[in-house]
Design a protein around this ligand. Structure first.
Ligand code: ADP
Length: 440
């Protein structure tokens, strides 16, 4: 039966169908309209971006996973002189100078792993054979497996920075030279003046004694004068020795004479000889070790010189009642010698500085102690030539410890063992090393 409701329903269905079709068509037309607008917008944007990249002063490039350049702007040509055809499909690292290339590869790998933007500076090769400094920034786009890269020419900045640095270094060098000249002339003039004055006194005495037919000449006075002259000659010898040694050590001309030695005997002998040399003073030097004998290959003269420098410093920078303890221990196949004093100490900030050439904490020319600031520099070089190290610990007004360590090694085909210099040789070395300490 024809039902009014069915008829209505059918009518509605037809209307719905038409509405649906009309809606879909309208939708399609909107989508089409939208996509073509979007496409136009994208195309315009791409055009702008292309123009922007072509006028950009920086390098812009896209690299594939193997770091080959797959696209770039004309930055390569403008900055480095390479045309696009010479750059495309080439590995980006080829355009970077060797040591910097390693660093750049590390930075690229790090940025790939972290997803962060990487920045690095590298020296890059220009087509004309010159180099330019480029500051690179890069990011890895993981879903496309490409690297986006920009590079800015910072050669001018770098050159200006280098110029500034070179100027500062030259100024510092000039200052160091002036300081050195002032110091050296003081160090040379002082003993020479003393020698000159003593010789003048002596010749006056000899002259007046000659006038009295050799009468009235005081041998004791002559002997004292002799001692003063000798000490000051030693002082000059020490200064010149240290200066020549520093020059040789710094130009790699210095050679050690390695021989199998009993280092315990060498350190003990020198410590006891200095203790003897100091007998007239309140300085007490002790030597302490549990080791009877320790054979190691070293240069015995160098070890003696290091010991004499450290011991003479404990005397120079002592306070009234001076106690010095020398100890020798072995750890990790190294022999360690410690020279500890209870002297004036060194400020913490100066501890690194004292091993530098001509370093002195009190630089005033009327300072209490004489010294050229060369002893510790020579000692450091000598220890390092033994593949060892030297350092200091100190507390102001309480005292200092100077510690040096050298590896224990032996020369297998050498049978003789050296036990140290003769007491006469050590005495001569003490005379030279202690010559700038006037109150002993
Ligand atoms: P110098 O010939 O002037 O003594 P060194 O190179 O041996 O030269 O020492 C450098 C400086 O280190 C000294 O001028 C002094 O200021 C400081 N110094 C070295 N040893 C000691 C020490 N045992 N106690 C205090 N200061 C020291």
């Amino acid at each position: 039966m024809f039902n009014i409701f069915d008829q209505l329903n059918d009518q509605l269905l037809i209307t719905d169908q038409v509405a649906k079709t009309q809606f879909c068509n309208a939708q399609k037309s909107i989508v089409h309209q939208h996509s073509s607008e979007k496409l136009k917008r994208y195309q315009a944007l791409e055009q702008e971006l292309q123009t922007f990249l072509s006028i950009a002063t920086d390098i812009h490039a896209i690299l594939n996973e193997h770091l080959e350049i797959i696209s770039c702007n004309n930055g390569f040509q403008n900055i480095l002189g390479w045309e696009e055809s010479e750059v495309l499909k080439k590995n980006y690292v080829e355009f970077i100078d060797y040591p910097d290339a390693v660093q750049i590869i590390t930075a690229i790998n790090e940025c790939k792993a972290s997803g962060q933007v990487a920045t690095d500076i590298a020296k890059c090769k220009c087509k004309d054979g010159k180099y330019k400094w480029i500051e690179w920034r890069g990011k890895y786009i993981a879903n496309k497996k490409i690297h986006l890269l920009t590079g800015r020419d910072i050669t001018l900045q770098k050159e200006q920075e280098e110029e500034r640095l070179a100027k500062r270094e030259a100024e510092e060098l000039e200052m160091l030279k002036d300081e050195f000249l002032i110091n050296m002339s003081h160090e040379l003039k002082t003993p020479l003046n003393v020698i000159y004055m003593t010789l003048q006194l002596e010749s006056e005495e000899i002259k007046s004694a000659l006038e009295k037919n050799g009468q009235g000449i005081e041998l004791n006075i002559l002997k004292r004068h002799d001692k003063i002259i000798q000490r000051n000659v030693y002082r000059l010898l020490r200064l010149i020795r240290n200066l020549t040694e520093i020059a040789k050590l710094e130009s790699d001309e210095y050679r050690l004479n390695f021989t199998n030695c009993d280092i315990v005997s060498i350190v003990r002998q020198i410590s006891l000889a200095v203790a003897d040399h100091m007998q007239s003073t309140k300085v007490k030097i002790t030597f302490d070790t549990d080791i009877q004998e320790l054979i190691t290959a070293c240069d015995p003269s160098a070890i003696e010189q290091i010991m004499l420098n450290l011991l003479s410093n404990t005397i120079k920078y002592r306070k009234d009642e001076s106690k010095v303890r020398v100890s020798l221990t072995v750890k990790d196949n190294k022999v360690r010698v410690t020279v500890k004093d209870n002297g004036i100490g060194i400020p913490k900030t100066e501890l690194e500085y004292i091993f530098k050439r001509f370093a002195k904490i009190d630089t005033s020319l009327n300072r209490k102690c004489e010294g050229s600031g060369t002893g510790l520099t020579v000692s450091k070089y000598l220890v390092e030539l033994h593949e060892g190290s030297i350092w200091a610990k100190s507390q102001l007004n309480k005292g200092s410890s100077f510690i040096f360590e050298i590896p224990i090694v032996q020369i297998s085909d050498e049978k003789d063992i050296y036990y140290g210099s003769t007491s006469q040789q050590i005495e001569e070395k003490c005379n030279i090393e202690f010559s700038d300490i006037y109150d002993i």
